[in-house]
Design a protein around this ligand. Structure first.
Ligand code: C2E
Ligand code: MG
Ligand code: MG
Length: 941
């Protein structure tokens, strides 16, 4: 209300000021201009008046002088010094015009009836004496205030003794202004030297003085002030007398007081003030009336604005003035309605933002979206769909039209939600998109889809039924925000899933299993239940990986996960940690039954694994070796339970593949033994604990050493010499084999070069290469380096590679072998026959030879099957030019058979075991001596 009063008074004030201003300003301007113009005109006229007055008076003076002159001329002919002047004067009308006549003789005698003092008389005579007698004289005497004027004419006829005849002029007659100056104007007659001869008023000396320049410069009429500041409109007119009299001039100065000239407009201001006051009052009155008639609607508009500011958007103004105010009121009402609606929308959207921010789940976000659109367009007409599709066909989250819960549907491939705009009646729409049937719409509904987003993770849409104008706009307001929120939530779910699940099998991973275990522990405390756990280690999974490739291995793992998950009891938690290890957990188990339960589960697992898994062309059956442990007996924490499970599985593997063992405390020790071994093996290369023994390869016919194979041994501190069977597996599992193999490569090359330098009869030396070395890009460089460093010619070096080392990395490994071979190094396939390779496949390999495994030798010469294999390999070697070695020869029978079968080189305990370098040198020296002896004896024979 206060605001209104302030507003009102200020508006009223503004109105008043405007009206008064509008009336007064032009009035004042008009008056000022009119006053100025009139005053100017009046002044101009007064100046003209003064000019004509001066001129008229000047002319009148001249006429009067002329009259007196003419009269005196007539008179001069009839008078002499003795004449009766008075009578003459009377007759000639000079009586009023002169004070008397005078007569001056040649001898300067003055006579007549003019009264003169002696001094005046002599002054007059002195003056007269200065003039010639050709023109009349005008002579003045006395002080300006009391000036006397004489006119004297030269005496030419009449009295011969008279030189001048004249009269004293009556100045009252001469200067008389009556009949000329109509007003009480100021008139002065000025002398040659501008001193006044006559003035018609006293106290005007100041004005006369100020007019001096005006007169002397003969300026145009102008306003001139006197000493008191009064202004006179002044004009001067000069009466030049010289042509007629021996006298210069008189100047008539006329001044009209300005106040008098402008007296006719003296009342102007009073008249103007009256009219102005009336104008202003009229303006004020009209303004007030206008204010009164306009303030009422303004007041109600102002009150309505206050209500609006307070947040009351429902209040409306009603003005039926039929003018702009009514239209303003209507516009105000529209605006208030619009603001109200926008405010409601903003509140709904703000609530939506809050709800989205706190939404932890897809359901929460969808519900927030539905509630917001409900608030914007009215309830019951919106449903939402969110298709989470980052894994397989994904899950469809449906939020139906009528108030209902979000439900999850597992979609099958090809059934995915496609985020496209479509609309139509419910029946058609369900036919096009069958998933819409879950939204609970009626057949009469008109349905329209609004896609929110569609990417690789998620597709989502809003479905409206019976769309009305404005619905689309309202829906579009939340589409983007909700879409982004759903995308984020799905991404979060995916990240959570990825962090907690094994990507391959989709089973919980180690981290998730730990959480679930800890949860189960928390649940079990107090109720006496125990937790049974199984470590399921797939047997020979590495072989599948190596032979069929990792892709197939991965598929197999996924299939195993799926199958086990689907058949095992639901309360059993199945997880995959890494590689071929699965861990199962049976929470809340009874301590008396847990052992039999775990046994039953282990049996079930193995019988499920024994059923074939289809991997394309091949079916695979699996077995698993398992370790079991029970919380809290076998471990107090997740980590210690895993250790127990590992120890049990390790023990089970050592006893029999496919078996299951419960943990016992002794098992931990053997597991610890393996860990110790790995730890100790780390020091083998740096501490120079590795040695190479060399097993000779003999010529089958001459039984002489042709080459040797380097076999690695480990002088393990505190243990003694360890054979490869005791450490190669661990070295390969731990990756230590890379350095160890490189060490062997360098040592072999140096050793061989030393033998060459000593001229021993050995053609080449072979070194075993692990699949781990072959899988490294650095391997070729390492071979080159070993050769360079030792100076060995490449042909003296052979690499032994097993078939299984190639499988799984076939192309890369073959490429590397090709490059090594291009250096000149020989490649042989070791343990031929134990892997998956066929004879046909051998031809594809960049190799120089094959070593037939002991497996095919040990039963010779009594095994027909082995004989056939040997024959086949021999014929392949002969046809392809392969070097052929048979290894593991222990008996002469084997040696003979193989020699006769066509195997040129033999290796085995029959000839020598792996020998220390010194020993094999001795052996080589012996061969050398024998050879020399033979040569000598042959030579002698
Ligand atoms: P391999 O390359 O097939 O080596 C032959 C193995 O058979 C050697 O065992 C050798 O002592 C043994 N042997 C030789 N003749 C006979 C025989 O007549 N009867 C029997 N029963 N055995 C015989 P070793 O030295 O224990 O080596 C075993 C395996 O360890 C080697 O098999 C090879 O695969 C691997 N190995 C040895 N040294 C190295 C090496 O430096 N690097 C790599 N990566 N592996 C190596
Ligand atoms: Mg070998
Ligand atoms: Mg071998």
């Amino acid at each position: 209300m206060k605001a209104l009063t302030q507003w009102k008074s200020s508006v009223a004030r503004r109105f008043d000021t405007a009206f008064v201003g509008a009336a007064a300003i032009p009035l004042i301007l008009l008056a000022a201009v009119a006053y100025y113009l009139v005053a100017d005109k009046l002044q101009e006229r007064a100046l003209d008046d003064a000019h004509y007055l001066a001129k008229d008076l000047g002319m009148a003076v001249f006429d009067r002088l002329k009259f007196v002159n003419d009269e005196l001329l007539i008179l001069s002919r009839h008078v002499d010094a003795t004449s009766n002047y008075r009578g003459m004067l009377h007759g000639l009308d000079l009586q009023e015009r002169t004070h008397g006549l005078l007569h001056i003789s040649h001898d300067e005698k003055l006579s007549g009836n003019v009264h003169l003092s002696d001094r005046e008389r002599s002054t007059l005579l002195r003056q007269v004496g200065r003039f010639s007698d050709d023109k009349p004289l005008l002579i003045t005497l006395g002080e300006p205030a009391n000036r006397r004027l004489f006119m004297l004419l030269p005496q030419v006829g009449g009295q011969q003794d008279a030189r001048w005849f004249g009269a004293e002029l009556d100045t009252t007659y001469l200067w008389d202004t009556s009949g000329i100056a109509a007003r009480p104007d100021y008139v002065c007659i000025l002398d040659n030297d501008a001193s006044p001869v006559f003035c018609n008023a006293p106290d005007i000396a100041g004005w006369v003085e100020n007019s001096r320049d005006h007169v002397s410069e003969r300026r145009r009429p102008a306003a001139i002030s006197d000493a008191d500041g009064e202004t006179f409109l002044t004009a001067a007119w000069t009466l030049f007398l010289k042509p007629h009299y021996q006298f210069e001039r008189w100047t008539v100065l006329v001044g009209i007081p300005r106040s008098m000239a402008l007296s006719s407009i003296a009342n102007f201001d009073r008249v103007f003030a009256g009219i102005g006051a009336i104008g202003v009052l009229l303006a004020l009155g009209m303004g007030r009336r206008l204010i009164r008639s306009n303030l009422k609607p303004l007041k109600s508009l102002s009150a309505a604005t206050d209500r609006l500011a307070e947040g009351n958007f429902r209040h409306r103004v009603s003005l039926d003035s039929g003018d702009e105010f009514e239209r303003l009121g209507d516009a105000f009402n529209d605006m208030a309605a619009q603001i109200g609606q926008q405010f409601d929308e903003m509140q709904a959207l703000a609530a939506f933002d809050r709800a989205l921010q706190s939404a932890q789940s897809i359901e929460g976000a969808m519900r927030a979206g539905q509630q917001t659109i409900d608030a914007l367009i009215g309830p019951g007409r919106v449903a939402l769909l969110c298709h989470e599709r980052w894994s397989g066909a994904g899950i469809l989250w449906c939020l139906p039209f009528s108030p209902a819960d979000v439900h999850e549907l597992a979609l099958t491939q090809g059934q995915e939600l496609v985020a496209n705009v479509r609309s139509g009646d419910a029946g058609e729409m369900v036919q096009a998109c069958p998933y819409l049937q879950h939204l609970g719409m009626q057949s009469s509904d008109d349905v329209r889809q609004f896609p929110m987003l569609g990417n690789e993770h998620v597709a989502a849409e809003i479905v409206l039924r019976n769309v009305q104008p404005g619905d689309e706009e309202a829906t579009n307001r939340i589409v983007d925000v909700l879409g982004i929120a759903l995308d984020n939530l799905v991404l979060e779910r995916r990240l959570f899933f990825q962090a907690n699940h094994d990507w391959l099998s989709k089973l919980p991973n180690r981290a998730r299993m730990r959480d679930l275990f800890n949860g189960a522990v928390a649940d079990s405390s107090g109720n006496g239940s125990v937790i049974g756990m199984l470590l399921i280690d797939l047997d020979r999974f590495k072989q599948v990986n190596d032979s069929l490739g990792h892709g197939v291995g991965d598929r197999l793992l996924a299939l195993i996960g799926d199958r086990l998950r689907s058949v095992l009891p639901p309360e059993l938690v199945l997880s995959r940690f890494a590689g071929d290890e699965f861990v199962a957990m049976l929470p809340h188990a009874d301590s008396r039954e847990v052992v039999s339960e775990l046994n039953a589960i282990a049996d079930q697992i193995n019988s499920e694994l024994d059923k074939p898994f289809g991997l394309g062309l091949r079916d695979v059956r699996m077995t698993a070796t398992m370790g079991a442990a029970v919380y809290p007996y076998d471990g107090g924490s997740f980590e210690s339970m895993l250790q127990s499970l590992n120890a049990a599985a390790y023990a089970a593997k050592s006893s029999r593949r496919g078996s299951m063992l419960f943990f016992s405390s002794g098992m931990r020790d053997s597991l610890v033994g393996r860990m110790d071994l790995e730890q100790a093996l780390k020091g083998a290369v740096p501490n120079n604990e590795l040695v190479l023994h060399y097993q000779p390869v003999m010529d089958a016919r001459t039984r002489r050493v042709r080459s040797a194979e380097a076999l690695m041994r480990w002088e393990r501190p505190g243990v003694g010499l360890v054979f490869p069977g005791g450490f190669i597996d661990v070295a390969e599992d731990s990756g230590l084999i890379a350095d160890m193999g490189n060490w062997a490569l360098h040592t072999v090359c140096r050793q061989m070069q030393a033998w060459i330098d000593a001229c021993y009869a050995i053609e080449s030396v072979a070194v075993n290469v692990s699949s781990i070395q072959l899988s490294s890009d650095e391997f070729v460089g390492q071979v080159q380096h070993a050769l360079d460093e030792s100076g060995l010619r490449p042909q003296a070096l052979t690499l032994e590679v097993t078939e299984t080392a190639l499988i799984g990395q076939f192309e890369e490994a073959v490429e590397r072998l090709k490059r090594i071979r291009s250096l000149g190094v020989r490649i042989m396939i070791d343990d031929f026959g134990t892997g998956y390779a066929s004879l046909k496949y051998l031809k594809m390999l960049p190799i120089d030879g094959v070593k037939i495994d002991r497996l095919f030798v040990k039963d010779l010469p009594d095994s027909a099957a082995d004989e056939a294999i040997v024959a086949a390999v021999v014929s392949l070697a002969q046809s392809s030019g392969f070097k052929l070695v048979a290894e593991g020869i222990e008996t002469e029978a084997q040696a003979h058979y193989l020699r006769d079968a066509g195997v040129p080189y033999l290796q085995g305990f029959l000839f020598d075991k792996g020998l220390a370098a010194d020993d094999i040198e001795r052996r080589l020296r012996k061969d050398l001596l024998e050879k020399e002896n033979n040569v000598t004896s042959v030579g002698m024979g």
